[in-house]
Design a protein around this ligand. Structure first.
Ligand code: FMN
Length: 237
């Protein structure tokens, strides 16, 4: 390869990296997409585990009926709930670390009409996700809405970034509960976009007792990173 070819190649590579980075490292996402599709299929076929307590993680037969309150049990006495939506598993992984670190209960937001691979094909301008993100009034239905968050003081709310902000189904969740006396801590995963637009949207959409600064994680963040962030929140002080 002569020098001109090398220069040309580096220019082409440089310009192509930007959209890939901005919209979520497509190769690695495709891989996790496979794993998560499996997870989500399992979740959608299991109609009794939408709301789970920490205990449920280790004792699968202990489940909470759909539409039931994700209440803390006597054994966990958790006043923290980790709520998340994850389509391709990246946010779910962070949420799992958080659940492990906090011993919190959890609630998975699932769409009544699940998002297919085609639905999130963001290179297709008219895919479902793009259409929803283009319309702030869209509220995708949640399959088993949580009936109450009364027993929790602190709610971690996790989601992927879709076109710079929270997926509309997060707005559906937010409008379904009363957060006026809760502490809400958003977290997200993304290819590169930050969480600030989502934080603003959330604070403008509903009344929140205390909204702590959120945190964006890359797809492959480690449990140590999540723990370091959690420690900075000083929630137990
Ligand atoms: C429809 C769609 C839009 C996206 N928009 C962005 C974006 O604006 N900025 C970004 O950094 N990543 C974007 N991504 C990448 C995701 O935020 C990233 O892959 C995330 O980790 C996925 O989380 P999940 O696996 O929990 O679904 C987008 C992904 C999809 C499917």
């Amino acid at each position: 390869m002569n020098i001109t070819s090398k220069i040309l190649l580096s220019i082409i590579t440089g310009t192509c990296l930007v959209p890939f980075t901005a919209c979520g490292s497509s190769d690695s996402n495709n891989q996790s997409s496979q794993q998560v599709t499996t997870t989500q299929q399992e979740q959608t076929t299991d109609t009794t585990t939408t709301a789970t307590t920490k205990e449920d993680k280790t004792t699968p037969e202990v489940t909470v009926e759909n539409n039931a309150t994700a209440e803390a049990t006597d054994s966990t006495e958790s006043n923290t709930l980790v709520v998340y939506f994850s389509r391709t598993g990246n946010t779910e992984k962070i949420a799992e670390y958080l659940i492990n670190i906090t011993n919190a209960d959890s609630y998975v937001i699932e769409a009544a009409v699940p998002y297919t691979d085609e639905d999130i094909e963001y290179n297709n301008a008219s895919c479902r996700a793009n259409q929803e993100q283009n319309d702030k009034s869209v509220r995708p239905e949640i399959v088993d809405p949580i009936s109450s968050i009364d027993s929790y003081d602190t709610i971690f709310l996790g989601f992927p970034i879709w076109w710079g902000q929270e997926p509309r189904i997060i707005d559906t969740f937010l409008e379904s509960c009363d957060f006026s006396e809760k502490t809400v801590i958003p977290f997200c995963t993304s290819g590169s976009s930050g969480i600030s637009t989502s934080e603003k949207n959330i604070s403008e959409l509903v009344t929140i007792g205390t909204q702590l600064e959120g945190r964006r994680f890359p797809a492959g963040a480690s449990e140590d990173e999540v723990k370091e962030w959690y420690d900075t929140l000083n929630l137990n002080k």
